[in-house]
Design a protein around this ligand. Structure first.
Ligand code: C2E
Ligand code: MG
Ligand code: MG
Ligand code: MG
Length: 292
């Protein structure tokens, strides 16, 4: 009996592994076609500066417009793009497209807004990154202070000494750097203070538990204070509720990003949102409103 069960388990395992491999091979082939046929688009999620009460940042988030499967979120293809090395092609496209798009919005009257672009670890460590960023800025005419590059905490910490020198070179170009998903990696505080970065983004996994877990709330509060002591800005990601927002206001978070204010928006909706959005904090309780 044990033997036949073992055999079945093996067969089952083998089958699902085969499925995974087939899926990977299929997605990789599809991705190559998608790159050739330009099937990617960017959505932009507003970042609201709480002191200014307006949109001061837009995070560019890639989506795959699959001809049959519709809009595919990044989590469904970024891991495979990373495994196959296609990620640097996607990141290069996102960077160029986001800079071009912000420049176009600036021409339409959008002022004092920065675009944030996510970089994979591969792209961050690529020796071509610096010339690429410089070329994209000069091609698009975007001023470097309007470009922010997001790298994850785990990417920055995987080889901190290397990361510092890449970050230094990038900041010499005039762009700013944010540490994304902060709190999910294992930051050495000694390195954190040496990174020439501007912003820490508190990961959504913390923000979502602010109301249910006092310890998580204290952690968010501590991260915000730590960041400020290091002279960094703090952005909270994944803010969905008014309670979370109130807490983050009380922790002196600088900006928030999340469904409470806005989901990532298609290009056509961004200008109207940014122009009409206003948020005001009138004592307690916090009030907010979006004008139309
Ligand atoms: P991320 O950089 O941490 O981006 C934030 C993610 O959280 C986005 O998911 C966003 O839609 C989602 N989010 C924001 N606010 C909320 C909220 O209130 N509730 C919930 N449930 N989710 C919220 P998205 O767009 O699916 O992107 C997932 C990840 O894919 C990004 O995480 C980023 O790591 C990666 N990514 C996106 N675009 C690019 C790109 O161009 N290059 C690279 N290398 N990675 C990218
Ligand atoms: Mg990000
Ligand atoms: Mg993030
Ligand atoms: Mg995240």
């Amino acid at each position: 009996l044990a033997k036949s069960q073992g055999g079945q388990r093996y067969a089952f395992f083998d089958e699902s592994l085969k499925q995974q491999l087939l899926n990977r091979v299929q997605v990789e082939a599809d991705l190559r076609t998608a790159i050739k046929e330009n099937q990617f688009i960017l959505y932009y999620q507003p970042q609201v500066d709480l002191a200014k009460g307006r949109v001061t940042g837009l995070e560019a988030l890639i989506r795959w417009q699959h001809p049959e499967k519709g809009l595919i979120p990044p989590n469904a293809f970024i891991p495979i793009a990373e495994q196959t090395g296609l990620i640097t092609t996607l990141d290069t496209w996102s960077l160029r497209e986001a800079c071009r798009q912000l420049k176009e919005w600036q021409a339409a009257g959008l002022a004092d807004v920065t675009v944030s672009v996510n970089l994979s670890a591969q792209q961050f460590q690529d020796s071509e990154l610096l010339p690429l960023v410089a070329t994209v800025l000069s091609e698009t005419g975007l001023r470097p202070e309007h470009l922010d590059l997001e790298i994850t905490e785990s990417c920055a910490m995987s080889s901190p000494a290397c990361a510092i020198s890449i970050m230094q070179a990038l900041t010499e170009l005039g762009v700013s750097i944010s540490i994304d998903d902060f709190g999910t990696g294992y930051s050495s505080l000694a390195y954190l203070k040496q990174f020439p970065i501007e912003t820490l983004k508190i990961d959504r996994s913390f923000v979502m538990n602010i109301e249910s877990d006092d310890k998580v709330a204290s952690l968010c509060d501590s991260i915000a204070h730590l960041a400020h002591r290091l002279g960094l800005r703090v952005v909270a990601e994944g803010v969905e509720t008014e309670e979370q927002l109130k807490f983050l206001v009380s922790s002196a978070c600088d900006s928030v990003q999340g469904y409470f204010f806005s989901k990532p928006l298609p290009v056509a909706s961004v200008l109207q949102f940014a122009h009409s959005f206003a948020w005001q904090q009138v004592g307690q309780p916090v009030t907010y409103f979006a004008l139309d």
